[in-house]
Ligand binder design. Sequence first.
Ligand SMILES: [Zn+2]
Length: 173
Amino acid sequence: MTFVQQHEGKWCQGPSHEMPVYLPRTEEFFYFYRSGPKQGKPHGWCKVCHTWNGMYNRKCVPCSKIYEYVMELVYRCGTRVEAAKYAGIGVSTIFKITNYGQCTVQVPTARKLLQALDRRRREDRAAGQVHPSLLEVRRQQEDTEKRIERNTLYRPRTPPTFQSQPPSHYFEE
Ligand SMILES: [Zn+2]
């Protein structure tokens, strides 16, 4: 099997995959424990599967729960019509999900969409390409993340630079 891998991977056997999948062990796909004995380790299920938590026995799923994944599918497919075709659901349904936050869809529909995203991600990875519109979104997200990091992470750690001598109490801690 020729499978080019940039990252160490991890299997997910969660409910959004038709069969267990091997995913890059990155923040894009997994939540990581922030504290406690498992700090730094990824959760057992991937992010998409986490949206299924507590939804097994429901008849309907709130659109807000799957919105971000449906949008990713739309970006990867190019248009909402293409995304609906790809997922095998009605075009009006995908418009409903992406237009209104306060709606619900039937569980089988949500499942089709999440499985379609899963399939599409694997296809895109295998082909080594993603749709330009998704790349653009990624780039914007990265810019935002970098800005946030700069503002929250790095700035407080950098001691302020003084033109003259710092006030004498500055290093007293
Ligand atoms: Zn999963």
